[in-house]
Design a protein around this ligand. Structure first.
Ligand SMILES: Nc1ncnc2c1ncn2[C@@H]1O[C@H](COP(=O)(O)OP(=O)(O)OP(=O)(O)O)[C@@H](O)[C@H]1O
Length: 523
């Protein structure tokens, strides 16, 4: 097993059909994001490389030692020195849900009919198969490569989040049809969860923790406890630099009542806590929503950097700016759960002009496409013609799929193990003495997790004494009220009944108080 950051052997040309699967990473001009002492002239350093450098500076002796977290025993696979870039492919993804049948009464028939007529476009909606089945994703195909960003675009309600959830194994088992493969092999949803991370749309962070503390708690929670504290700290520092948060590292997150980091920085912290273990695949649901264009650009810039460190990044996005489009490698446009375009941003002008609707010069390509798709959705035929055209265009262009993927004799296990040897997937890997397949879902035992979560919650609470005071006051007042009701309970049968009532009352009050605090505790 090679040390983290060891030279990667990148094949000169790895070809999928007629297109190279992986091109050497271009040097990225990310001003202010490069770690100190790292020159920006060469290819962008990976997160593992950054980690390795920080680690080396601290402890030269550990340089050639293979860290424990880097060994993954998947049926005793040997780590291959060949480098195989990951390619995540999804084919014919179809997802439907049962909708509730509407109860209508004879007396309301007339009104129901008129409502149906007024609804108009609903009859256009190809998603509604019958009265109780709605197809949210319909035959979606595509792929995303390591080192690239795949952006899913579409109008509100087109199915972007549903697609991201489906790819990230976040929807009910059994209801999704089609296949999702990594390097041509079907990945079980459990393994997919282990090797990936999902960043939600909302920033659920503790307001009184600093950026560094937030990432450190995430490291304590997600990285194996065998990893020393100094290594976790080194990892957090490397991540802070990679996220471009060096200047905000010791600033609190903040909320409505406390000034803290900016919205863009907060979003990058949210991304950071989910990528602390350096996942192979990163899913993000609208990471730029609610941000101004500069902050949005910074966020996508960071994502580009994460992709360049050897990850696949798949995200949904609303109307990317001109500058952001320049960072996106592949686009997938959805309309009512169907694909209307998939390809590179450069493919778009050809695609739309061949369809008979050329994109005017100097117009934002994605804005044009989204407006045009919306226009079609309002017409009686909907986007059917565009969907059909896209299918024939894909065939004509002979766009690559994983069918022609040259795996160079490497299995997915080999590829994952090799990736871990380069420092990826810190939390998922352990040695299994039995030598059987072992990719644990959780990095730490339950009680370690509870201890970390409690520590985080208490650190936050200590810095909000007024909130703790109010909560304590509320509990005291409730206690006093209870005490006055059940004061001087005697030993008669009536008193015993009253004691039982007291316990039921006290237990339910405690339960509801805890249940209310639980989501905040776990976020
Ligand atoms: N469980 C469900 N039952 C019925 N319809 C659903 C269900 N989940 C999602 N939908 C519908 O599926 C469609 C796609 O939802 P989704 O959240 O994926 O859209 P989106 O493109 O991400 O939208 P937005 O950009 O507004 O977040 C919407 O019309 C939504 O109402």
């Amino acid at each position: 097993m090679s040390p983290v950051g060891a030279d990667k052997h990148i094949p000169a040309k790895l070809v999928v059909d007629s297109k190279p699967v992986f091109e050497p990473r271009p040097a990225m001009e990310l001003q202010g994001l490069a770690p100190r002492g790292v020159q920006n002239t060469g290819p962008s350093p990976t997160l593992s490389e950054l980690f390795w450098r920080v680690e080396n500076a601290q402890d030269e002796a550990t340089r050639i030692e293979t860290p424990r977290h880097q060994s993954l025993d998947i049926n005793d696979t040997g780590v291959d020195s060949r480098y195989l870039p990951f390619i995540l492919s999804f084919n014919n993804l179809t997802y439907s849900v049962k909708t509730r049948r509407k109860i209508s009464f004879p007396a309301c028939f007339g009104r129901a009919k008129s409502l149906g007529a007024a609804a108009g476009p609903i009859h256009n909606d190809p998603r509604v198969l019958n009265s109780n089945t709605k197809v949210l994703l319909n035959d979606i195909c595509g792929y995303a490569r390591e080192g690239e960003i795949l952006a899913v675009l579409g109008a509100s309600g087109s199915g972007k989040s549903t697609l991201i959830d489906a790819l990230a194994s976040r929807i009910a088992k059994g209801s999704l049809r089609g296949c999702i493969t990594l390097n041509g092999e079907v990945i079980p949803s459990r393994l997919r969860k282990v090797i990936s991370a999902y960043v939600m749309q909302d920033d659920l962070l503790f307001p009184m923790l600093t950026v560094e503390e937030t990432l450190m708690f995430s490291a304590e929670f997600r990285l194996p406890r065998e990893l020393s504290k100094s290594k976790k700290k080194a990892r957090v520092q490397a991540l802070i630099e990679q996220l471009g948060l060096t200047n905000a590292a010791y600033t609190v997150i903040g909320d409505e009542g406390h000034r803290g980091v900016s919205g863009g920085e907060r979003r990058r912290v949210s991304i950071g806590i989910d990528i602390i273990h350096d996942p192979i695949v990163l899913f993000l649901d609208e990471p730029t929503s609610g941000l101004d264009s500069t902050s949005a650009f910074m966020v996508v810039n960071v994502l580009k950097r994460i992709a360049a460190s050897g990850s696949i990044v798949i995200m949904s996005i609303h109307q990317p700016s001109f500058r952001i489009i320049g960072l996106l490698d592949r686009l997938l446009f959805l309309s009512r759960g169907q694909t209307v375009f998939s390809g590179t941003p450069d493919d778009m002008p050809n695609f739309f002009s061949e369809f008979g609707r050329p994109i005017p010069q100097n117009e934002n390509k994605t804005e044009f496409a989204l407006d045009y798709i919306q226009e079609l959705e309002g017409l009686p035929g909907g986007t059917k013609s565009l969907v059909e055209f896209h299918k024939s265009w894909q065939q004509k262009m002979n766009h690559p799929s994983t069918c022609g993927y040259d795996r160079q004799g490497l299995t997915l296990k080999d590829a994952i193990a090799a990736s871990i040897s380069r420092g990826k997937l810190v939390s998922g890997a352990t040695n299994d003495a039995s030598g059987t397949s072992s990719v644990p879902t959780f990095a730490n035992p339950f009680w370690t997790e509870v201890a970390v979560l409690s520590n985080r919650s208490m650190t936050n609470a200590k810095r909000m004494p007024e909130l703790v005071g109010v909560r304590l006051g509320a509990v005291l007042v409730t206690g006093i009220i209870l005490a006055t009701i059940f004061w001087h309970v005697d030993n008669s049968p009536k008193g015993i009944q009253e004691r039982l009532g007291f316990f039921a009352f006290a237990m339910s009050t405690t339960f509801y108080t805890c249940a209310e605090a639980m989501p905040v505790f776990l976020l």
